[in-house]
Design a protein around this ligand. Structure first.
Ligand SMILES: Cc1cc2nc3c(=O)[nH]c(=O)nc-3n(C[C@H](O)[C@H](O)[C@H](O)COP(=O)(O)OP(=O)(O)OC[C@H]3O[C@@H](n4cnc5c(N)ncnc54)[C@H](O)[C@@H]3O)c2cc1C
Length: 496
């Protein structure tokens, strides 16, 4: 109890102060990032070592997250001997460690009924949802009741069931997994990628591949291959969602409704006799007890998911000043500062929102969430004009119909745009394809392409292309895009 009081004192000191001041005062820690910045970078050690080549694959997927898992399944199902390498002990990446509902398998049909309802992402991502639904890990695509000018549906998945189902799918498709393994470098001959260097408990290994797919989110492979990967830090590009259990959700909803702050809502049967709220968004900054803290820190929301009775599975309401999400000292600082915000927000909710009184934090992600870091310079860069004008491309390998800033930024008439194959091909390097949040340099355009369902659709295209390239002894850049699109269509991808 005494320790709790001390903790809250520190947290509320943090709330009141500018976080930079807190670092300077050294209340909790010395700012490591500040210290190392001053280190002289011209000091080096020289290493000479032999690294064993331990295996060789047709397709190697770096990063087993949202895009990478789908890429690996697509590659293996197209006959490639496929390896996926993931730094954590489970697959799924940000999709189960940051994202809430999966945005979006559909166009914005509820806001544009004249355009009609179109499921724009199908193929393997759709199969994943079916498998999760069969396993009790998804309630399908639920229609928004309030807030459908943002997204027509919310597709909500159970992350623990996902972790199990996706392993089964990998096994059935014959994908080889390397978990707890970090891709640290790239093997290159002239301008061709030939494989990667990995490090794990087993040590350092070289693994060769005919085609490499970079799905690391941070473009670790493309960057180390020498591709230009600008890294900019827009506000709101990192965050740490969290879960709270022991919450009387209907009671909280009744209070928030009375205050007039609810902006998103979905009800569904989640097996409870009194609680059927599965999605709720509320403007906490409109409540006087939260306004000062939220306005000062630039926090918004929260948007929540409630998969189970009494459980707010996902509360998305932390923010930090823009930082370099691929600088290890900044990463360390973010973990500490964002965790303090999680503690503070949970305490504010307990104190001021009826229903939260007995709530406790039940979940935080394995890694704080990064919306954007390095962006790979590709043969084509999708622009915001392409997106809002629903532009279609002769070489498109996926289509997508959601924008995270809707209705402020909206795709014309609730339609959808194409993702050209060229947008997945890094400039100036061969045998490498990329997919996920690491494409699209313009921030407003990125606010569409980076979303989970887009990343999955890109993943299927990238994995299929990688397999075809490996089989035909070609670099992905030399593939016939019509052949690729034919295979994708045959395998359920919607390109109409
Ligand atoms: C706070 C937050 C909220 C969000 N909310 C939503 C939402 O509600 N709906 C939505 O659709 N999208 C949302 N997003 C966006 C979405 O989650 C991501 O953009 C998307 O999941 C990224 O997919 P990805 O495959 O590119 O990367 P990830 O899914 O992050 O996959 C990258 C994988 O690579 C692994 N990896 C990284 N580097 C290495 C390495 N060197 N070696 C080995 N493995 C490595 C990682 O561990 C990870 O598993 C949110 C993002 C954040 C941060």
């Amino acid at each position: 109890m005494k320790n709790d009081k001390l903790l809250y004192k520190i947290i509320f000191q943090y709330l009141k102060s500018d976080s930079q001041d807190m670092w300077k005062q050294g209340i909790t820690l010395v700012s490591v990032a500040e210290r190392t910045r001053g280190m002289k970078r011209e000091n080096f050690i020289t290493e000479s070592r032999k690294t064993p080549i331990t295996d060789e694959y047709d397709v190697l997927v770096a990063g087993g997250g949202t895009a990478g898992t789908i890429a690996a399944l697509a590659a293996a199902r197209n006959g490639a001997r496929t390896l996926i390498i993931e730094r954590h002990g489970h697959l799924g990446g940000s999709m189960i460690n940051g994202a809430g509902p999966l945005h979006s398998f559909f166009n914005l049909y509820k806001a544009f009924p004249e355009t009609g309802k179109i499921q724009v992402v199908r193929g393997i991502p759709d199969e994943l949802i079916r498998r999760l639904t069969q396993a009790g890990g998804c309630m399908g695509h639920l229609e928004q009741e309030i807030g459908f000018e943002y997204d027509s549906v919310a597709t909500i998945i159970d992350w623990e069931i996902y972790k199990h189902v996706i392993f089964n799918m990998m096994q059935e498709s014959g994908v080889k997994l390397m978990l707890h393994t970090f891709v640290t470098d790239v093997i290159k001959e002239e301008n061709s990628v030939k494989g990667v260097i990995v490090e794990s408990k087993s040590g350092r290994e070289a693994i060769l591949a005919k085609t490499v797919v970079d799905c690391t989110g941070d473009a670790d492979v493309a960057f180390r291959s020498g591709v230009e990967c600008p890294n900019t830090y827009p506000d709101g590009h990192v965050g740490m969602p969290f879960g709270m259990t022991g919450v009387d959700i209907p009671k909280a909803a009744a209070y928030l409704e009375k205050q007039g702050v609810i902006y998103s809502m979905i009800h569904a049967d989640k097996g409870s006799s009194y609680d059927n709220i599965v999605r709720m968004g509320f403007h906490l900054n409109k409540l006087p007890e939260f306004a000062e803290y939220m306005n000062k820190s630039g926090l918004w929301g929260p948007l929540t998911l409630a998969r189970h009775e009494n459980e707010f599975s996902f509360i998305n309401t932390t923010n930090i000043k823009p930082l370099d999400a691929v600088d290890i000292h900044e990463i360390t600082r973010a973990e500490i500062e964002l965790r303090a915000q999680v503690m503070a927000m949970a305490e504010l909710l307990r104190r001021h929102v009826p229903g939260f009184k007995n709530g406790y934090i039940s979940w935080t992600p394995v890694h704080f969430g990064v919306r954007r870091s390095r962006i790979v310079s590709c043969d084509y860069d999708i622009s915001i004009d392409d997106i809002v004008n629903a532009r279609r491309f002769a070489d498109e390998v996926a289509v997508y119909g959601f924008h995270d800033c809707a209705p402020r930024i909206i795709i014309k008439d609730g339609k959808y745009y194409g993702i050209p194959y060229r947008a997945l091909l890094p400039k100036g390097v061969e045998n490498l394809i990329v997919a996920g949040r690491l494409i699209t340099s313009n921030w407003e355009a990125h606010m569409s392409t980076r979303n989970t369902v887009s990343c999955m659709a890109q993943g299927q295209a990238a994995g299929t292309a990688a397999a075809l390239a490996a089989q035909n002894g070609k670099s992905p850049r030399d593939l016939d895009t019509e052949d690729l699109r034919t295979v994708l269509r045959e395998q359920g991808v919607f390109l109409d």
